[in-house]
Every structure is written in structure tokens, then in C-alpha cells.
Write a protein that binds this ligand. Structure first.
Ligand SMILES: [Mn+2]
Length: 436
């Protein structure tokens, strides 16, 4: 008799991608479909490896969606084991997961403040900490399911997984972390430095490492165990494309991306189950207006209407790209341009670093990505960033201007006009909380 389970990660319920409410609906649908397919597969249990929710404080509607969907396996008597991800963990004592646990819809694994003892959970003290693990019995076989919510790199500097997670029999370990070897092999556009551990850091002796966090599929081995990431259920961004078209001087080279879905694991061997999700197309072209128009028009016939499309146009001279909206009758179109401009003053190249302070540069970088989701981050930066700026301004205003009337030489005024970038350390020290 073998164990059969579903391994789902990064459902991100409540994520209004590109601020489109219907995308949250689609993320919900994907999760619902995954759960239903898992039940059709007659799994023994379901693992949710973090980021079930997009935020740690999901809206009542999003919580209701989770309740409705997780009620399906509950009615079937299929237990769900879960850990919190970086998106939905909370520093508060009770998270949305604990709420779902109280409703009997899931079993939360990992460090715990209370002893949980029931049919599917047991708690033990390891290294001075209470750790709740899952237990699943089938016939005369027993399986342990260990897990831990997302932990920062700082935690891994002080702790080793093997200090806390030591299997005593057949066991699974569920984590929401990035693994260095994975990040190096995937060459991602985003999430590039999202790793806290290496394969080496994974504790020995587990038969299956059920991973979440990185939104792409990946698989490796650790001892006799399999290390697997199912990836996110829905497409995360245009780097997570279904199809990519790269311009090779005179023609587009198509490159198929990955399918999205989750894993059905039988006898600790994962098998991918595909979900039909909204297609993302990523197009890049470097051409003048006439060729770009012609080639993109040709290409557009290959792209389904329901697709999300990103077009990158690059050329030596700027031109109007509004024709793209006529060419592509798709659900969502994101245009990015990279045009060379003739420099106003010859012999000098403008460098953003000369004009903006580090805070402004960071915000420009975030906002420059038109598809950016970092609104809160920007607001936080602005809020955090404003006091020192305000202070220095105020200082200027209140300072008696002694030398105001003194005429300046050409050289001096030139110097004065050139914005002085702030010390590099300013923003960094503040983000680290080193403000006085
Ligand atoms: Mn995630």
C-alpha cells in the first residue's frame, strides 16, 4: 500500500494581478480546480506549501473563498496539511490559517505555541520548541508530515533545519523557501535572489520535500528523497509565459514556456497535473515603425483573444506605438518601449544617479515596471522616506540666508544647480532601521 497525495503551492487567493479583480477570481478558480482534481485522483491527503493567500490579511471575501473550497476535501474526509508562506504568514499570534484550522479545514504544521493533539496532528518539543507535525496512517503504515512556515534568511543564519526536523520513520518535509541551486538553474526574470537555503541545508532522511515559494516547477534529489516545487497555480508575470517570441533580426523565434499546475505524488514520485490557465505571451521586437507594425500584425494572428500580452519595442528613434492597441485585440496588453533619444547636450550622457537620491531611484525602479505590484512598497518607502527630506527642507527654510544677495560666478552657479546626490548610505541605513 502506498501513499498518494496532492502537493499544491502558491495559490495566492485574493491576488488582483495588474489590479484586475477578475484575476483574483481566476486565481480562486485555479485553486478550486486543483482541489477538485486532487479529489478525483482519490488522494489520501493534500499538502498546501504556503502562499495560499496573497496577503497575510485576506479580505472576508477571500477568506470565504478559502472556506468554501477547503470544505470540499473536508466533506470527502481528506485532510489538508498546510504551512504559511512569505505572503501570508503573520507576526501576530493568529493567522488566517489558524482560522481555517479552527474550522477543521486544515492542519497547520510547524512551530507552535500550543500542543495540538488529534487524529492528524501531534506536537513534540524539539530543541526547546514545540513543533506540530502531521500524521497520516494507511493500513499498517504511518507517515509523518513535518513542516515550517516561511523563515527569513536571518533565521537560517541562527538555526539549522536539522536541529528541528528529524524524521523517525517515513516522512515528508514541507517548506516555503527558495533553494540556491534551483535559482541558479532557472535563470528567472523575477524572484532571482529568493533563496535562503541550499540543497545541503535540507535535513536528511525525508522521502519527499514538498516545496513552495518559487513559482516555477523544479525537481531535484536529496539523499533518497525527492525535492519538488509544483510552481504557482496561475501565471505569475510575463516571465512566467506560455509562449515567448524573440526577435532575431528578421523573424520571431517562438519559445514555449511552462505549463501551470500542481503535483500528484504516489509512492513519493511526483506527477504533474496541468491546469488550464490564462495564457501569457511575451513578445520582444527591435525594429522601426514600419517593420514593427507589419511583423506584429502578422504575429497577432497566432495569439488568442483571452491572452495577456506584453510587447517590448526597441528602436533607435522613438515612434508612436498606439497602433498596437488596434493590432492586438487581446484581454490585456502591456507595452514597453525602449527608444534611444538624441542627447540634448552632446558629449554628456544623462545618468539618473546624478539627478535622484537613492530613495527616488528605488521608487523609479519600482514604478518603471508598469506591471508593478509594489504599490505598498512604494508607499512605505515614501512614508519612511519623507521625514529626513522634510527635515532637511525645513532646515533650509528656517536657516537665515546669509549669502543670498552675494552674486555667484558662472562656475559656482553651475555647481549649485547640479543636484548633489545624497550619501549612498542614507536610504540603506534607514531601511535597516538605523535612523537616529
Ligand atoms: Mn508565492
Amino acid at each position: 500500500m502506498t501513499f498518494k497525495f496532492a502537493h499544491i503551492a502558491d495559490a495566492h487567493l485574493g491576488f488582483e494581478q495588474y489590479r484586475l479583480p477578475y484575476r483574483a477570481e481566476e486565481f480562486k478558480k485555479a485553486f478550486e480546480t486543483a482541489i477538485k482534481k486532487a479529489i478525483e485522483e482519490k488522494v489520501d491527503f493534500i499538502l498546501i506549501a504556503g502562499d495560499l493567500f496573497h496577503r497575510s490579511n485576506p479580505s472576508p471575501q477571500t477568506i470565504k473563498e478559502a472556506i468554501d473550497i477547503l470544505s470540499i476535501p473536508k466533506e470527502e474526509g481528506i485532510p489538508v496539511f498546510a504551512i504559511e508562506g512569505n505572503h501570508d504568514r503573520t507576526q501576530k499570534r493568529i493567522s488566517a490559517y489558524n482560522l481555517l484550522e479552527s474550522l477543521g479545514l486544515m492542519h497547520v504544521l510547524g512551530f507552535s505555541e500550543e500542543k495540538k493533539e488529534n487524529k492528524y496532528q501531534t506536537t513534540e518539543k524539539v530543541n526547546g520548541k514545540l513543533i506540530t507535525k502531521g500524521v497520516f496512517e494507511k493500513g499498517n503504515k504511518s507517515l509523518e508530515i513535518y513542516g515550517m512556515k516561511f523563515m527569513s534568511a536571518a533565521w537560517f543564519e541562527r538555526n539549522r533545519l536539522s536541529d528541528y526536523f528529524r524524521p523517525s520513520g517515513d516522512a515528508i518535509l514541507m517548506l516555503h523557501q527558495g533553494i540556491k541551486e534551483m535559482m541558479e538553474s532557472l535563470k528567472l526574470e523575477t524572484q532571482r535572489d529568493y533563496f535562503e537555503i541550499t540543497l545541503e541545508d535540507l535535513p536528511d532522511g525525508f522521502l519527499y520535500y514538498a516545496m513552495g515559494h518559487i513559482h516555477k516547477r523544479w525537481q531535484s534529489n536529496k539523499g533518497l528523497g525527492v525535492v519538488a516545487y509544483p510552481g504557482s497555480l496561475e501565471r505569475w508575470d510575463f516571465g512566467d509565459y506560455e509562449m515567448r517570441y524573440r526577435w532575431k533580426g528578421d523573424t520571431f523565434i517562438p519559445q514555449a514556456g511552462e505549463e501551470k499546475g500542481f503535483l500528484i505524488v504516489e509512492d513519493f514520485k511526483p506527477r504533474f497535473v496541468k491546469l488550464d490557465v490564462r495564457p501569457f505571451y511575451d513578445i520582444k521586437i527591435k525594429a522601426d515603425e514600419v517593420s514593427a507594425k507589419k511583423e506584429l500584425k502578422k504575429l497577432s494572428t497566432k495569439i488568442p483573444e483571452e491572452a495577456f500580452v506584453r510587447v517590448d519595442i526597441e528602436w533607435e528613434k522613438p515612434f508612436d506605438v498606439s497602433f498596437l492597441h488596434e493590432i492586438f485585440s487581446v484581454k490585456y496588453l502591456h507595452i514597453r518601449t525602449k527608444f534611444k533619444r538624441s542627447s540634448i547636450r552632446t558629449g554628456s550622457t544623462a545618468n539618473a544617479k546624478d539627478f535622484f537620491n537613492p530613495l527616488e531611484l528605488k521608487i523609479l525602479e519600482l514604478v518603471g515596471e508598469k506591471e508593478f505590484e509594489a504599490f505598498e512598497e512604494v508607499i512605505e518607502l515614501l512614508l519612511k522616506g519623507s521625514p529626513p527630506r522634510e527635515e532637511s527642507k525645513r532646515e533650509e527654510i528656517h536657516k537665515p540666508k546669509k549669502e543670498e544677495s552675494k552674486p555667484k560666478t558662472k562656475e559656482e552657479s553651475k555647481k549649485a544647480q547640479k543636484p548633489q546626490p545624497k550619501k549612498k548610505s542614507d536610504l540603506l541605513s534607514w531601511l535597516k532601521g538605523e535612523r537616529e
